[in-house]
Design a protein around this ligand. Structure first.
Ligand code: GAP
Length: 493
């Protein structure tokens, strides 16, 4: 977080006034990384499998969230200090003292807080009674006593509301995947750890609608041998950190995952996070305990990443069954079941992988961060992003500003941008300092314009990870950069 703030990868929102906890802006480097991550997800999870992406509204009328169960179930236990008035997550206060309390009701938490004599972490004052706090931001739709609305707490609800129209206009055939990338809002009681618990954050959610009588995935065979580590319910109850390693196929056979569809997504998720630069040992699937499972879910398996603040959930994989479509059918009076080719009717079931964009970015920043020092022959901190996700793919640097070098470099930067590359131009300071600045934001290739460029039409390309250089003809540059990015070539080949 320190380095992300120093380089304006992230910016605390409303910094000019008093920043409000739980909100962050993305600066140019952060936004470019976020855009590339979302684009990669779109390609990896949607385009390759032929799923659809839609965009739905942020503000939902109360009736929708009543039907979805969010009005009654979507909350956290809160407790306030009777001395300083600060509010806290009651379960977090207990967990911080090593007391387990997953899924505990407010009365149970109250008792545990009293038994363990837990006091206000800010001022040491006595705590009041534990209450229940709904996490949705409430608003008024329309002026003066308009309709009550809420800002969406997940992007998924919009997909359920639009399901029938999308289904009918796009083939009327199950299975069908419908996705959305966008913001969600939760009025978290105690936002913390930078991007981990935000009040406004982005999600990439995919709802896979299928016939419950055939819970299979047509591409399962492609990932059935993919291995992953599972942190089972038994090991969590024992309080150990042990994981078992299984293939996607074994996880289905041992009934650890509810069906092949969820195992398919878990296999793909492993492939995806490894590509982002997160090592295998820093990834595990945690089988959620029954008491923690969300109100809509028939089984949840989260993907977690190991970070300096502990294991962080980056994906919630939920088997939502027909919970949402059935609830909206009942509440709206409109039948959302679909006709099958054989003439029957069925209420589709749903498996949902729900990715947190901001948490994934935090994990990338942490796992791609390099301290510098002798081992890398440089004494500055840098980011080892995969080339295809680096916020900027290349920087064009004139060795000097004079003798036409700056003009030639500007011309080259513009021509690479025209060809679709994300390029920075920098002419300020010594060439060594400029290389360091690019390493610091993870730019994989620095292209230097020197006097030989003017004479021979060649440039040097410096590779971020070993600092070594090669000389290439300008007219071969586009092709070379494409092949380096595609092959993730980060050292001199
Ligand atoms: N539609 C299902 C759903 O929203 P979730 O487990 O509540 O499930 C999915 O959220 C993902 O969204 C989480 O795994 C996490 O990555 C991200 N997320 C949830 N709450 C968040 C918060 N307050 N701040 C940042 N990311 C959050």
């Amino acid at each position: 977080m320190e380095i992300a703030l120093k380089r304006s990868i992230l910016i605390p929102s409303n910094e000019l006034y008093s920043p409000v906890a739980g909100f962050y802006d993305y600066g140019p480097v952060g936004k470019a990384l976020k855009r590339k991550l979302e684009e990669y997800w779109r390609d990896f999870f949607l385009r390759k499998d032929g799923y659809f992406e839609i965009e739905t509204v942020y503000v939902l009328p109360e009736v929708v969230l009543k039907a979805s169960g969010h009005l009654s179930c979507f909350g956290d236990p809160v407790v306030g200090c009777t001395k300083c008035g600060k509010k806290f997550r009651a379960d977090h206060l207990l967990e911080e003292k090593g007391k387990r309390c997953e899924g505990a009701k407010p009365e149970e938490l109250n008792n545990k807080i009293k038994e363990n004599n837990i006091r206000c972490p800010e001022c040491g004052g006595p705590l009041g009674e534990v209450g229940w706090f709904n996490l949705m931001f409430k608003t008024n739709i329309g002026p003066i006593e308009g309709t009550t609305g809420y800002i969406r707490p997940e992007t998924a609800q919009g997909i359920f509301l639009d399901f029938q129209r999308v289904f009918r206009s796009h083939g009327s055939k199950l299975p069908m995947g419908i996705a959305q990338i966008g913001k969600s809002f939760r009025n978290e009681i105690s936002p913390r750890q930078g991007l981990v618990r935000l009040r406004e954050f982005s999600q990439m959610e995919l709802e896979y609608f299928f016939n419950p009588n055939s819970p299979t995935h047509p591409k399962f065979k492609r990932v059935e041998k993919e291995k992953f580590r599972i942190y089972s319910r038994e090991e969590q109850k024992k309080g150990t950190d042990n994981c078992i390693e299984l293939t996607a196929r074994e996880a289905v056979e041992r009934k650890i995952v509810p069906n092949e569809i969820m195992a398919y997504f878990m296999g793909r998720e492993m492939q995806f996070y490894l590509k982002l630069g997160i090592p295998y040992d820093a990834l595990r699937f945690r089988h959620m305990l029954p008491e923690e499972t969300p109100h809509y879910s028939g089984g949840n398996i989260d993907l977690e990443v190991k970070t300096s603040v502990g294991w962080v959930e980056v994906i919630g994989n939920a088997y939502r069954t027909d919970y949402d479509l059935k609830s909206h059918s009942k509440s709206s009076g409109k039948d959302l079941s679909v006709s099958l080719e054989d003439g029957g009717k069925v209420m589709p079931h749903v498996v949902e992988p729900s990715f947190g964009v901001d948490r994934t970015i935090l994990c990338m920043l942490e796992h791609c961060y390099r301290k510098g020092g002798d081992a890398e022959r440089r004494d500055w901190e840098w980011f080892d992003f995969p080339a295809f996700l680096s916020p900027f793919e290349a920087a064009v640097l004139p060795l000097m500003k004079k003798d036409g070098l700056a003009e030639k470099a500007t011309e080259l930067a513009d021509s690479l941008r025209e060809k679709g590359f994300d390029v920075l131009y920098d002419e300020t300071g010594s060439i060594g300092k400029r290389y360091a600045r690019q390493d610091e934001i993870g730019t994989p290739y620095c292209i230097t314009i020197d006097y030989d460029t003017l004479k021979e039409g060649t440039v040097t390309i410096r590779f971020r990870n070993d600092g070594k250089q090669t000389r290439e003809k300008i007219d071969k540059l586009e092709e070379k950069l494409h092949s380096f990015i595609k092959g993730n070539v980060l050292c001199l080949p």
